[in-house]
Ligand binder design. Structure first.
Ligand SMILES: [Zn+2]
Length: 1022
């Protein structure tokens, strides 16, 4: 059916959709389901609008998630383990595990009702895909956008690879670290030290300098025991909190003098670097007095600012650790130990040598590897970059302005800000399973060649190339173009985000396959993923499209919100703090889950706390009522033998029919307008509101028209209207609730007309017929429903069931126009609220006794001692004076003036009347009951009892019956008084009052409106 839906639309009218590829190494979670549903609704809608919407599924197959899974399965713990195991074997194993859960994905995605093309799925590990990634890389290389650089990057010691800064941003956690303050002895001075602070003691072995702020005030503190210490004046209170009493004198320390100082390194490993500029005090603009001592320990090998400063002022860089972040033999005391494990021994050693001034711990926000949870190490490393800063960034910012984001604030907010702060993108990973960087180089001469295709590599090496993975091409050498030996491939592979960002080109094997396929599909009209992708897929798509084509990669994007557990915590597989999706699908159905997510704040990129109750509510409040509306129609249409072809000759003049048709047209208008702008967060609530209007108002108010036995025009128009509304509404709803709408369509349309499209999803999206819209009528009905809601609330507050008729309803509308509108609706309101008459009143004094008291809070300050006089005056206001106050006039009192807002209004409902007010509409209900009203209620309750008995006895809705009623005199007299009504409502041909006929087999002893009695009935055979 999916294929048919795609192919039924013309190929020259494409709607372009891209799928962001998930990893198949894990099972799909709610975040995937949310994105999947949004990604389904858009294409379904545009298909119904006549567009051909291809929906190719994609898989992310490379990268750390896969490697981590493989390592776990193989029991490999370190890089060395992988080398021992064999890169070739390791990669082939990755190839096997990568698609581990594809069948689970397919099952769940299909169960959700998402339509995708599984047959033409793209996989980032396929040779065609990888070859296009090479083309992307080579294009950037040719544009001079690729460079290799030493940079300080966040590096995962376990994964042994740097992370890009958007990956780092995903993994901040609060963590405890040591906090130590250390003495650096100033050279050539007796007993003088500089205090510096760090939370990474292991980096002290690589210290190359101390940085001070040129604009800061420094102090030289002399202790009573003679030691002298230098630090920022603003930090003294904190740093000397415990040694306050040991301070002898405090002198000013000039910055110039500080900047001329050199010091003894804490360790002697790099003593020799003093000649190259190490171990001196330098100035830096990032030094602050917010924490530490106002003097910063600088290790250019570990930390971005440190490295930049080192480059700027000429401090040497040392980075004496290996790929696994263990010390090398340059730091012989700790050789082979993991850096973080060295913190404690370093502190101990500093304490023993009296270089430690103070130690404690600190809890701060620190980045962890998003994949394996190891704390990241900022270290200096050689990495390949895409040069984002500069011209490319400007292109990205311009491209972003062309994207329609939903919600709109993403453009200049979260995404726009991210782009503005964009840094060069570290794209190489020191790993194995990924698209290799296509660079061959001679390490000694630096001569390098970038290869852009498999064919080119084949030509350059003379070897057959059918797989571009690392273990298959690393052995291939390229003869140096300048004739200087051979070039070898650089060892790194590409960040898997580079691959997902390349999918617009690579899924079509551009430019090697059919270039027209790509050209017809770029840029995408629509994509959707969740908020975290502003720094992931949305970002990498934008970088590459801007670099290659100076364009955005997509025109519209719905950003889904993050999903949380019901208690507001993160969803956690370990804690199982969310309902299992498969179970929820079984229990409530895909439509309910879809509706729940689509009708949630997640459609506006806001947080959603998942709750099973919410899914249940979608089912109960929307899907079941819709289904009931449909069943209601079918039940009566079957009884009456009504057929859809009778729709054609009916144009209803009935107010309710015209109203629901108008509401439907308005809904269609709104749906189409909002869907064109991708604002699902507005369309779905409007659909839900329509279900309420249809079931809780139109059908409930129209029931009688279907029940009645006469087959007149009124009945015909009720059928025709409900039929058309159900069919049209189902079509509009089909992209959101594909299952229930299909079922309704199959029975109401397809079963009647074999020429109709075989599925609702092959139908056209209905458009609003403006001629059928009647804004005035919609407004009237809305006002009437408001009056009814108020009336109902008064009934329930005063314990008056709806079956109990009441004498009078008073309405006080906000203005003349509403008065007229309510007059138009008076029959409907009296009927709905079971009221004998409606009285329109002119003034609230018709409903309540209104009196006024002085508002002491307002008047007190103004009149002071004269308040007594003012109070007396207010209490004595005449009706005329009050009327003039209410017109906005003022009255002179005690030398001043008072206005209406100076008074407190007190309302007391008139006897026998209750009043409710909402938004300027006041409703009063006469609650006095007389015998006549009570008898009527009794008769109505009797009818309801008999109807229930019929149902329980299994009679058909059209069966005729005989009834007997015997009991309290009040029950019998009420029955007699309303005999015709009771008989008519219950299809009774005979009603016997005062005795129970012997042949009435169905009996019930009960109370009716508080009166005891026995009811009996039997079916009269036709
Ligand atoms: Zn890691």
């Amino acid at each position: 059916m999916y294929r048919q839906a795609v192919d039924s639309r013309p190929a020259d009218k494409p709607f372009r959709f891209y799928d962001g590829p998930p990893f198949a190494t894990g099972l799909p979670h709610y975040g995937h389901l949310l994105a999947s549903i949004t990604k389904d609704v858009g294409p379904r809608y545009w298909t119904m609008r006549g567009y051909r919407v291809e929906r190719r599924w994609g898989w992310d197959c490379h990268g750390l998630p896969v490697e981590v899974e493989a390592e776990q399965q193989l029991g490999l713990k370190t890089r060395a383990d992988i080398i021992d195991f064999g890169v070739s074997e390791f990669n082939e194993f990755c190839r096997e595990v990568v698609l581990k859960y594809t069948s689970e994905w397919e099952t769940l995605i299909q169960r959700m009702g998402r339509w995708v093309d599984w047959d033409r799925q793209y996989r980032t590990m396929d040779t065609d895909f990888m070859e296009s990634v090479w083309w992307v890389f080579k294009s950037l290389w040719d544009k001079g956008l690729i460079y290799e650089g030493y940079k300080s990057l966040a590096y995962c010691p376990r994964c042994a690879t740097p992370l890009s800064n958007f990956e780092v941003n995903q993994g901040y956690q609060d963590t405890q670290d040591p906090s130590v303050t250390v003495r650096f002895k100033v050279r050539g001075e007796e007993n003088l030290s500089i205090l510096a602070w760090t939370t990474t003691p292991w980096t002290l072995a690589s210290n190359m300098g101390l940085a001070v702020g040129e604009g800061l005030d420094y102090a030289r503190v002399t202790m009573k025991h003679g030691e002298r210490l230098i630090l920022a004046r603003a930090r003294m209170d904190v740093v000397f909190a415990k040694q306050k009493d040991d301070i002898a004198t405090v002198d000013e320390q000039s910055v110039d003098e500080l900047l001329a100082m050199t010091y003894e390194p804490l360790f002697d490993y790099f003593e020799g670097l003093r000649e190259e500029g190490a171990f001196r005090v330098v100035a830096a603009d990032f030094v602050s007095v917010e924490d530490g001592t106002g003097i910063v320990h600088i290790a250019p090998g570990f930390g971005e600012e440190d490295f930049k400063l080192g480059q700027l002022v000429g401090l040497p860089t040392v980075c004496p650790i290996d790929a696994d972040c263990k010390f090398t033999d340059e730091v012989k005391d700790y050789e082979g130990q993991f850096v973080k494990d060295v913190d404690t021994p370093v502190i101990r050693r500093l304490r023993d040598s009296a270089q430690l001034f103070a130690e404690s711990t600190i809890v701060h926000s620190y980045p962890f590897c998003w994949r394996c949870d190891s704390p990241l190490i900022y270290r200096n490393i050689s990495t390949w970059f895409v040069k984002v800063e500069g011209e490319l960034k400007e292109k990205m910012i311009a491209a972003n302005q062309q994207i329609g984001w939903v919600p709109e604030h993403i453009r200049d907010g979260r995404f726009g800000k991210w782009l503005e702060g964009a840094r060069d993108w570290a794209i190489s990973r020191n790993r194995y399973w990924g698209t290799p960087l296509p660079i061959w180089r001679n390490e000694e001469t630096g001569e390098a060649v970038c290869v852009g295709s498999a064919a080119e590599l084949q030509e350059l090496t003379g070897q057959n190339v059918d797989d571009l993975h690392k273990h298959r091409i690393d052995t291939l050498e390229i003869p140096s173009p300048s004739g200087n030996g051979m070039l070898q491939r650089v060892p790194e592979v590409l960040d898997c985000w580079f691959e997902s960002g390349s999918m617009p080109y690579a899924q079509n094997h551009y430019p090697f396959g059919r270039p027209e396929d790509f050209e017809a599909s770029f840029p995408a009209d629509f994509i959707s993923e969740n908020l975290d992708q502003t720094r992931g897929w949305f970002y990498t798509l934008t970088i590459l499209a801007a670099a290659l084509f100076d364009k955005p990669a997509f025109k519209n994007c719905i950003v889904g919100g993050m999903l949380l557990a019901e208690d507001g915590r993160k969803l956690s597989k370990r804690l199982r703090n969310y309902p299992d999706p498969t179970e929820m699908l079984e229990k409530y159905g895909a439509d309910a889950l879809r509706l729940y997510l689509l009708n949630s704040p997640a459609m506006k990129a806001e947080e959603l706390r998942l709750s099973e109750n919410g899914m249940n509510q979608s089912l109960r409040d929307v899907i079941i009522p819709l289904w009931n509306a449909y069943s209601f129609f079918v039940t009566y249409a079957n009884i009456d033998g009504w057929m859809p072809e009778r729709v054609k000759d009916v144009e209803s003049s009935h107010q309710l029919d015209r109203w629901i048709v108008s509401e439907l047209q308005t809904l269609l208008h709104d749906i189409n307008t909002e869907m064109e702008a991708y604002r699902l967060y507005r369309t779905v609530p409007a659909m839900v509101a329509f279900v309420e209007k249809l079931t809780n108002w139109y059908i409930r108010r129209s029931r009688r028209r279907f029940w009645k036995s006469e087959d007149d025009t009124d009945k015909a128009s009720a059928y025709a209207t409900l039929y058309q509304v159900l069919v049209t509404f189902s079509k509009a709803l089909a992209p959101v609730l594909p299952f229930v709408t299909e079922q309704i369509y199959q029975n109401l349309v397809r079963a009647q007309d074999s020429n109709a499209p075989p599925s609702i999803h092959l139908c056209d999206m209905p458009q609003a017929d403006e001629r059928l819209r009647d804004g005035e009528l919609e407004e009237q009905m809305q006002l009437a429903t408001r009056a009814v809601v108020l009336g109902r609330s008064l009934r329930s507050k005063n314990d008056l069931k709806v079956r109990q008729p009441l004498r009078t309803l008073y309405l006080l509308p906000p203005d003349e126009h509403s008065r007229e509108e309510l007059m138009e609706m008076r029959d409907l309101i009296t009927d709905e609220l079971n009221i004998k008459e409606i009285v329109m009143v002119e003034d609230e004094t018709d409903l309540s006794d209104v009196s006024y008291k002085p508002d002491f809070k307002v008047l007190g300050p103004r009149f002071g001692k004269q308040m007594k006089e003012v109070g007396a005056r207010v209490n004595a206001l005449t009706a005329d004076e009050i009327a003039s106050l209410r017109k906005g006039e003022r009255i002179a009192v005690a030398g001043g003036e008072i206005a209406l807002e100076d008074l407190e209004v007190q309302r007391k409902e008139k006897d026998g009347l209750v009043v409710a007010i909402d938004n300027n509409l006041a409703v009063g209900l006469d609650v006095i009951l007389d015998d006549e009203l009570i008898d009527e209620c009794t008769a109505r309750e009797l009818v309801s009892r008999i109807q229930n008995m019929r149902k329980e006895a299994g009679f058909d809705v059209s069966d005729r019956i005989a009834v007997g009623v015997q009991g309290d005199s009040k029950l019998e007299s009420a029955t007699n008084k309303h005999l015709k009504y009771v008989a008519g409502e219950t299809l009774a041909e005979a009603v016997v009052v005062g005795e129970i006929p012997d042949d009435c087999g169905v009996r019930l002893e009960t109370t009716v409106n508080g009166f005891h009695g026995t009811l009996a009935l039997r079916k009269i055979s036709a």
